[in-house]
Design a binder for this molecule. Structure first.
Ligand SMILES: [Zn+2]
Length: 90
């Protein structure tokens, strides 16, 4: 299923319309707007009409940009900054 429209969003929680790349069936789903969700979760969703997911169809999942910067990326930078700061203070 691929995201075609976000109908409402509150922080990272959203409601969206997903379209099956195989048969064109459109479903409403609630989702969570982060990289893991768009990259790992939705490509495995199976269409209620034909039973195929994006990965089942052999399609490379589209990259959906998140509304807010991704926490996982920030966590890596924060760890890195702290290490740099610690090494400077020694
Ligand atoms: Zn389908």
């Amino acid at each position: 299923m691929k995201l075609i429209e976000i109908t409402s969003q509150s922080r990272r929680d959203f409601q969206g319309k997903y379209k099956c790349e195989g048969c064109g069936n459109i479903e409403e789903h609630s989702g969570y707007d982060d990289r893991n969700f768009h990259d790992n979760v939705t490509p495995n969703w199976k269409c209620k009409n034909c039973g195929k997911s994006t990965l089942d169809l052999g399609i490379i999942p589209q990259c959906v940009n998140t509304k807010y910067p991704d926490d996982t990326v920030h966590a890596v930078f924060r760890r890195w900054d702290r290490r740099k700061w610690l090494s400077k203070s020694q």
